[in-house]
Design a protein around this ligand. Structure first.
Ligand code: S3P
Length: 415
């Protein structure tokens, strides 16, 4: 079996959330094609609609009529989505909306103080259960903030920036390493007063309405990573990924693959709505282990599960450190990776902030505990392709969070 052909992916999840959110602030009609088909972006859409924003979904088109926000007359259910929750709290705080946020068991156990603390400093009145969901925010006058974030998190950064739009003073947000910068790029494109210096972002409150915009959203590189990963470890594979997002804060996975010895080519690059888009070709090659440390983590935070699978097939040691944030995702991903790879017979040592894998190993079939985490389900499906024996996922439906078409598309390119 080989991975062959060319493949296009539904729109990038991070950009899809932001397109809906920022279009809801624009005066007039914005139109998007290739929006993410996952449940997370659906949660954002439903929450915005519950606040009075008009969003129409047609075949492959989503139209948002931005305007004024109302207090929702229901709790805002963010489902499994940290991005929905953290960005909407910031957005609605700035729009002087009172609302209560809830989510599923995974989201309800994730830390929220990372946004509650800076937003409270900006003047937001809020109530929470031990700094976790459910969270209630009450209409408040906000001021800008000079904030040094202890973590490189685009969700925290975006939450503070969205709140700033409805505040009365400039915000300066500093992060230790630049995290994904889609909010900033999109804000600049639609006319916000935003500027940058090193890892600092300066944003002014809105004084003029933002301009509605249209965007054919590029494919999600974090989803593409599972297919690129499969192609990089299955002998004879050759795959081209069409029209995918190649924003420098998001292609860390391909940089790591390249360091491991993979054959990667970037083709047909262009810029749209402030984002870089291109095609990527990957051919299988013998890979070597790699060291990955803290400063590289933000650009590969969502790809570490598939990197772990690739590392089991590479020659030598792969050591990942500085990745404690991985324990705060949809599940504790360091634990999920270590447990399942151990069960598959890999040589893996769990670290507090990462893991060490020694390869190559012939993986064995096993029952995989997904922890209902989409990226664990997809990563171990790829492990199953190179394993001697079958894998059985306890909850394959979890792929719907970001890529409902995962199994269908994987079958299509497995030849
Ligand atoms: C995201 C940011 C990242 C990432 C998540 C999506 C975003 O989280 O893991 O899948 O769209 O802003 P953090 O900002 O918490 O690192």
């Amino acid at each position: 079996m080989v991975i062959k052909g060319s493949i296009s992916f539904p729109g990038d999840k991070s950009i899809s959330h932001r397109a809906l959110i920022l279009a809801s602030l624009c005066k007039g009609e914005s139109s998007f094609s290739n929006l993410s088909t996952g449940m997370d972006v659906f949660s954002t859409k439903e929450c915005l609609m519950a606040c009075g924003i008009n969003i129409i979904s047609e075949k492959n088109k989503t139209i948002v009529n931005g305007g004024t926000f109302n207090d929702p007359n229901q709790k805002l259910d963010c489902g499994n989505s940290g991005t929905t929750m953290r960005l909407l709290v910031g957005l609605l705080a700035g729009q002087k909306v009172s609302a209560t946020f809830i989510g599923d068991d995974s989201l309800s156990s994730r830390p929220m103080n990372r946004i509650l603390s800076p937003l409270a400093e900006m003047g937001l009145k809020l109530k929470s259960k031990n700094k976790r969901l459910p969270i209630t925010i009450t209409k408040s006058e906000l001021t800008g903030l000079d904030y040094e974030s202890p973590i490189a998190s685009a969700q925290v950064k975006s939450s503070v920036l969205l709140a700033t739009l409805g505040s009365n003073k400039t915000t300066c947000f500093t992060e230790p390493v630049l995290s994904r910068d889609h909010t900033e790029r999109m804000l600049k494109y639609i006319g916000a007063d935003i500027s940058f210096k090193n890892n600092k972002t300066f944003l002014e409150p809105l004084s003029n309405p933002l301009s509605p915009f249209n965007f054919n959203i590029p494919g999600d590189p974090s989803t593409a990573a599972f297919f690129a990963g499969a192609a990089s470890i299955i002998p004879g594979s050759n795959i081209t990924i069409n029209r995918v997002l190649i924003n420098p804060t998001r292609i860390g996975f391909f940089t790591i693959l390249d360091k491991m010895g993979a054959r990667i080519k970037y083709l047909k690059e262009k810029e749209e709505v402030g984002e870089l888009i291109g095609n990527i070709n990957i051919k299988q090659e013998r890979l070597n282990g790699v060291r990955i440390s803290a400063k590289e983590i933000p650009a590969i935070i969502d790809e570490l599960p598939i990197i772990a699978i690739i590392a089991t097939q590479a020659k030598g040691i792969t050591k990942v450190t500085g990745a404690k944030e991985l324990r705060m995702k949809e599940c504790d991903r360091i634990n999920a990776i270590s447990k399942n790879l151990n069960d598959m017979g890999a040589k893996i040592k769990e670290l507090d902030d990462g893991f060490i894998i020694e390869g190559p190993t012939v993986l064995k079939g096993a029952k995989i505990e997904t922890f209902k985490d989409h990226r664990i389900a997809m990563a171990f499906s790829i492990a199953g392709l190179v394993a001697d024996g079958n894998i059985l996922l306890d909850y394959p439906e979890s792929v719907k969070i970001s890529y409902p078409e995962f199994f269908e598309q994987l079958n299509r390119v497995c030849k």
